[in-house]
Design a protein around this ligand. Sequence first.
Ligand SMILES: NC(=O)c1ccc[n+]([C@@H]2O[C@H](COP(=O)([O-])OP(=O)(O)OC[C@H]3O[C@@H](n4cnc5c(N)ncnc54)[C@H](O)[C@@H]3O)[C@@H](O)[C@H]2O)c1
Length: 242
Amino acid sequence: MSGRFAGRRAVVTGGASGIGAATARRLAAEGAEVLVVDVAAESAAEASETMPEIVHLRGDVSAEETWERIAAWGRVDVLVSNAAVVEVAPAHETSLESWNRQLGVGLTAAFLGARRLLPPMAATGGAVVITSSVHAVVGLPGHPAYAAAKGGLTALTRQLAVEYGPAVRVNCVLPGPVMTPAWDRVDERGRAGSVRATVLGRFGAPEEVAAVIAFLASDEASFVTGACLTADGGWSIVKDSA
Ligand SMILES: NC(=O)c1ccc[n+]([C@@H]2O[C@H](COP(=O)([O-])OP(=O)(O)OC[C@H]3O[C@@H](n4cnc5c(N)ncnc54)[C@H](O)[C@@H]3O)[C@@H](O)[C@H]2O)c1
């Protein structure tokens, strides 16, 4: 299996932690040169000591100028738009700043990345994978901005797939509960509830989502574009009506 990304250059946003970090490691292990873009420079620096194929750029992906710096890195064959911010509150307690922050990092950043990187990628060929969420298709209290961003990403995926195919394939992954630092703010009760809501009876590991992202980014998914692939341990197919 090694070598699917030999000679390829990949950008992973939000790659200093969790699913993004696992994806950067997976792509690098399979031969890619990887540029991780993240606001968290300190964790990025730690990671870079362990894998020389991964380089790090400190930057806010919701800012246009960050994408100019990413483009300056050179040719990009694989773009993984993965960074997100979640701030839990019902709509009436969500400030406009919070809404804009969550939409900015969680949706606009994917647009900015596509706008800057897809025209050159269309000339050479490539693949985009966007990290959406089960929140795109299931309502959970306290996530109006996050869910709007994630739903927007599924529509954006289809749109970009149509506009930049056949040279560029664009797909997204919808993870369910995956044990990453994003869960630090959730107490034991909340975690247990999420695990109970899966068919597989456990959290996913970041590496299990990274494997799906790597598949979608690889030539093995050569006839897959505009797809949203759920990786949630069965979380979204069960409804307990007892
Ligand atoms: N963990 C889950 O259960 C789960 C479930 C569904 C979807 N997701 C999605 O998976 C993706 C990764 O989540 P995770 O759980 O690995 O989270 P995480 O918190 O471990 O990692 C997110 C990373 O994004 C970075 N980031 C935040 N704002 C940024 C910005 N403005 N610019 C650049 N980087 C920024 C953070 O510094 C962090 O390193 C997100 O899109 C998230 O919505 C996660």
